[in-house]
Write a new protein. Structure first.
Length: 62
């Protein structure tokens, strides 16, 4: 569970930005999106294969 302590001289927007960054670093939102609905094993393999192809294509070009 991520938490951010707000200091007395800190404004709310700054604390919110730190909280969002902490959640992103912990992978909370990506995990939530991943578990939003059931993914069949064949869909998971297809998604991972497409990601690997994209990554491989990027590394060869750049």
């Amino acid at each position: 569970m991520s938490e951010v302590i707000i200091h007395e001289d800190e404004n709310f927007e700054r604390a919110l930005k730190r909280f969002k960054k902490k959640c992103e670093k912990a992978g909370i939102l990506s995990d939530l999106r991943k578990h939003r609905h059931y993914e069949k094993p064949s869909e998971r393999r297809k998604r991972k294969m497409n990601a690997a192809v994209r990554k491989n294509r990027r590394t060869r070009q750049g």
